[in-house]
Write a protein that binds this ligand. Structure first.
Ligand code: GTP
Length: 311
């Protein structure tokens, strides 16, 4: 699949003096590794490609799992997004926990037309908590914990007549499972709301890095109600970017925290190519109900053990 790429225009500082005047962080590029989790067909690939290219492309090969690299500017910060678009209908077992550990920020996605995909998000959030804390999960870990940047996104809001999950439910649920932000969007209809998702995730990540726990007591900021959207879109420019596409072959890279590196980067400035793939294996093992329940039991047990050893 090819996607047309926009022109890359990178701001350049002409001299060290200018660089200094414009702020000490002007050259520093922060890298944020994002994983997008969700059931099949909720719109994960559409979201990623829409953000990078501004275009909505109807159909994607459902057998791909891909890392995209995308450089942009958010609130005057140079940010490199590494986005792992996962495969939602995977049948084979994979190392979900390793992938989650690789990531710094998380997008949990459901379709407002599919209640099952909505309910799956609780399980995914649990797995994020579980994997990131390396099994030191307390009984309340599924909820409350807001110290990881996790955004809940309800997609396909344009399909009004097929809606199965209300906005209010999504918002409430987002708070209950400990997300830092909630968005209800239509990837098809609004590029701005898509941009908002990524930019707010970056902001949450940055706040939590500066001050862990800073978002704990806050309600998730809901940013995608139509009347609020305009106010929350960042003034930063998304015009300046580079696009790269990586194959996510290097599973070891994910384990060690190394970003699997780009193989076919920026196709001569002409487009992104979703390269051939590893198969669409990802997280189904742990998303299956029985495995999930086992994980929950393990977590409760380890929590009980740590409580008794504290006493
Ligand atoms: N109406 C509508 N359709 C959408 C929207 N976003 C995505 N779709 C459609 O939903 C279908 C699935 O989109 P994908 O992006 O392939 O979904 P995915 O979550 O990546 O699916 P998997 O690759 O199977 O995990 C496609 O036909 C898209 O065109 C949206 O906002 N509105």
């Amino acid at each position: 699949m090819k996607v047309t790429q926009q022109t890359t225009t990178k701001t350049k500082m002409s001299s060290p003096i200018l660089r200094k005047l414009s702020g000490s962080n002007s050259n520093k590029t922060r890298t944020l590794r994002i994983i997008i989790l969700g059931q099949g067909a909720v719109g994960k690939s559409a979201l990623t490609v829409r953000y990078i290219t501004r275009k909505f492309i109807g159909d994607y090969d459902p057998t791909l799992e891909q890392v995209y690299s995308f450089q942009t500017v958010v609130d005057n910060d140079h940010v490199m997004f590494e986005i792992l678009d996962t495969a939602g209908q995977d049948e084979e077992h994979m190392k979900l926990e390793e992938n989650i550990r690789w990531a710094d920020g998380f997008i949990l996605m459901y379709s407002i037309t599919d209640r099952v995909s909505f309910e799956e998000c609780a399980r995914m959030k649990f797995l994020i908590n579980f994997s990131k804390r390396q099994r030191k999960v307390s009984t309340g870990a599924l909820a409350q914990s807001r110290d990881l940047p996790v955004v809940l996104v309800g997609n396909k809001s344009d399909l009004t007549f097929e809606r199965m999950v209300s906005f209010e439910e999504g918002e409430k649920f987002s708070f209950e499972i400990g997300c830092t932000n909630f968005h209800e969007i239509s990837v098809r209809e609004s590029y701005e709301s898509v941009r908002c998702v990524f930019e707010n995730l970056y902001r949450d990540w940055k706040s939590l890095r500066k001050s862990p726990g800073s978002l704990r007591r806050h309600l998730p900021s809901v940013t995608s109600r139509p009347r609020e959207r305009a106010a929350t879109v960042s003034s930063s420019s998304s015009e300046d970017f580079d696009i790269g596409v990586s194959q996510f072959k290097a599973r070891r890279g994910a384990m060690t925290g190394t970003v699997p590196q780009t193989t076919d980067v920026v196709n001569g400035g002409n487009g992104i190519v979703k390269n051939n793939s590893i198969s669409r294996r990802f997280y189904n093992r742990v998303f299956r109900k029985d495995s999930f329940l086992q994980l929950q039991e393990d977590a409760l047990e380890s929590s009980a053990n740590s409580t008794s050893s504290d006493e």
